[in-house]
Design a protein around this ligand. Sequence first.
Ligand SMILES: Nc1ncnc2c1ncn2[C@@H]1O[C@H](COP(=O)(O)OP(=O)(O)OP(=O)(O)O)[C@@H](O)[C@H]1O
Length: 249
Amino acid sequence: MLVTDDCMGCAIKAVSLTRGGRTVFQGLDVNLQEHRIGLIGHNGAGKTSLLRLLCGLETPHAGQVLVQGQDIYAHKPTMPRARLIGMMFQNPEDQIIFPTVEEELALSLQTLSGLGRKAARQSSHAFLETYGLQHWASRSIGSLSQGQRQWVCWLAMLLAQPQVLLLDEPFASLDLPGQIALAHAIDTCAQQVIVSTHALDHVRGFERVIWLDAGRICADGPGDEVCRAYESAVQAQAPAWGVSSPRST
Ligand SMILES: Nc1ncnc2c1ncn2[C@@H]1O[C@H](COP(=O)(O)OP(=O)(O)OP(=O)(O)O)[C@@H](O)[C@H]1O
């Protein structure tokens, strides 16, 4: 299923990106119009860099990044980036700012909906309640497990109501029930979702998966086909890795 309007979805046009002196993308072109898209590939392939480009965290040296038809690196965006696109980071510590769950969730509402402090806290309370997590409201972030922090990141992102959700290794710290719950949440949410993962089973059923290798698209198509192609390539290369991992990309 494609997102419904021609100007919807995301597009990367002739983008070149360097990070820390290393060329990550050179003239990358990719249209991202499907409702569910997976990104797979080895460590260092460029999955996180692609997500960071889409959410405005890496400035390309050339090219354009469009989200919902808007150039997100333009000087005068017509909509705040946070309304357009939200990102759940691989590491919750890169995302969470406040000491308690309630405060962290309230931030999204205060900055984006202009709610006052008290109203924002009340709304985040009500939001937690819809997930049966009201007892988390006053919990300090430090008292939560890594997986629980990932849930806080997911909820904070949802509260901001962006139109596109970017998830970087979202399953990494979740237990099995948590993975099932998040997979269901991804399956049923209305937004376009782009997921970077090494857990291929979570994207195998996606309508589209992109396999990145050293900043280039190695395969692009239905999830089951691309995941199988990637697995076959890994199997074929496996004997050569015994003495040289981790790979030095
Ligand atoms: N902060 C950084 N500074 C400099 N180079 C970086 C930085 N982060 C990533 N890179 C480089 O950018 C390239 C792409 O990294 P990226 O994190 O996008 O890969 P990835 O596919 O997400 O990997 P992983 O599966 O390990 O998360 C790699 O060569 C990496 O070394």
